[in-house]
Ligand binder design. Structure first.
Ligand SMILES: *Cc1c(COP(=O)(O)O)cnc(C)c1O
Length: 359
């Protein structure tokens, strides 16, 4: 055994960072529904599995560094120029590259909180400072307060819509007011990891806002609706000058050939995949209605998860769920996020929820 006598100093900022907590996984051989990571419950489509198998024979070569065909496919789908699309190893990684591309040491990044737990880590690693703005009691972002938190030290504002883990999407009118209030040299990142699940008619058309506001960047991913979480592909949509800077900050050859071909096959199979998204949305409605009928006040989820603001009871509730066979994601002292998965999983979860209903 080597004893750890390393004297190498570590970056001080790292000591204060919470580690990213991955959703619980079932023990080997134990039966459990995994509702802890907002994954797609469906297996990959046969056409996507075939693309992965085809790609496997080329893995002795480096991938296409700029994921040219995928980038063009995304650009075509979104009606933007290919120069505006930057692919990376999941949109979390792309967010890191965006921050690296624009933040100087000590710049501020305004973000909602509670929100995606990767944000504080990404901001700190980019040598920037986080400025947290509390989300409202109904799980919505407080966009006026976020705009008010912008100072001349602010370089970026992160807008998570729908917000992970609380669920609501921002509304078009409030986002337009927000964009009008934020200076044009502050980057506004719209993290739309769950955009395909949004059904709120008042939700914004982010591509229209991107066309109108040069300081808007979109982040999207193949991990959730497209079911490729294990292959790590996400992307940014940005004005070409910024997109080029994000590319410069990216890990060279990050997106593997396997991931590129799987994502291209997924774009081709979009119609089939969106049928599954529709089924997840229907199951989400069943979860929300079931919870509300039990007396829970749940935020309006526009994503593939629901949020229970359980406060101090979050961890115990998650343990009860695990004993019943569903793994959920507790945020200690705050709440529990439950991904929308299989019908049977919803049934089990609703049974546990019934036993803890606030009545
Ligand atoms: C899941 C998620 C992502 C996407 O993660 P990938 O790195 O693309 O897998 C990005 N933002 C939010 C808010 C998420 O919940």
């Amino acid at each position: 055994m080597l004893t750890d006598v390393s004297r190498v100093p570590l970056r001080r900022a790292l000591a204060d960072l919470p580690a990213y907590v991955p959703g619980a996984r079932a023990a080997v051989g134990a039966a459990a529904y995994k509702l802890s990571s907002n994954e797609n419950p469906y297996p990959p489509l046969p056409s996507v599995v075939a693309a992965v198998a085809d790609a496997a024979v080329d893995v002795n070569r480096y991938p296409d560094m700029y994921a040219t065909e995928l980038t063009e496919g995304i650009a075509h789908r979104l009606a933007v120029v290919p120069e505006s699309v930057v692919a990376g190893t999941g949109s979390v990684a792309v967010l890191g590259h965006v921050l690296t591309a624009v933040c100087e040491a000590g710049d501020q990044v305004v973000l909602p909180w509670r929100s995606f737990e990767a944000y504080p880590i990404a901001v700190t690693l980019a040598h920037a400072e986080q400025v947290r703005v509390p989300v409202l009691a109904d799980g919505r972002l407080d966009l006026p307060a976020m705009a008010a938190a912008v100072t001349d030290r602010t370089r970026v504002v992160l807008v998570c819509t729908p917000n992970n883990p609380t669920g609501p999407a921002v509304r078009d009118a409030e986002l337009r007011d927000f964009l009008a209030a934020v200076p044009r040299d502050v980057l506004v990142v719209l993290d739309e990891a769950y955009v395909e699940f949004v059904r709120d008619p008042q939700a914004p058309d982010a591509l229209a806002l991107f066309a109108e506001h040069p300081n808007v960047v979109l982040l999207r991913t193949f991990s959730k609706a497209y079911g490729l979480a294990g292959l790590r592909v996400g992307y940014a949509v940005a004005r070409p000058r910024l997109a080029a800077a994000i590319r410069t900050a990216s890990t060279p050859f990050g997106v593997s050939h396997v991931a590129q071909l799987a994502a291209i096959a997924s774009l081709r199979a979009e119609q089939e995949l969106l049928v599954r998204v529709e089924a997840v949305v229907a199951e989400r409605t069943r979860m929300l209605e079931g919870l509300r009928a039990q007396g829970w006040a749940v935020p309006d989820s526009q994503a593939n998860f629901v949020w229970l603001a359980l406060g101090d009871r979050a961890v115990t509730f998650a343990e009860r769920c695990a004993r019943a066979g569903v793994l959920v994601r507790p945020f200690a002292g705050d709440g529990v996020r439950v991904s929308v998965g299989e019908r049977e999983a919803t049934d089990i979860f609703l049974e546990v929820a019934q036993a803890h209903a606030p009545r």
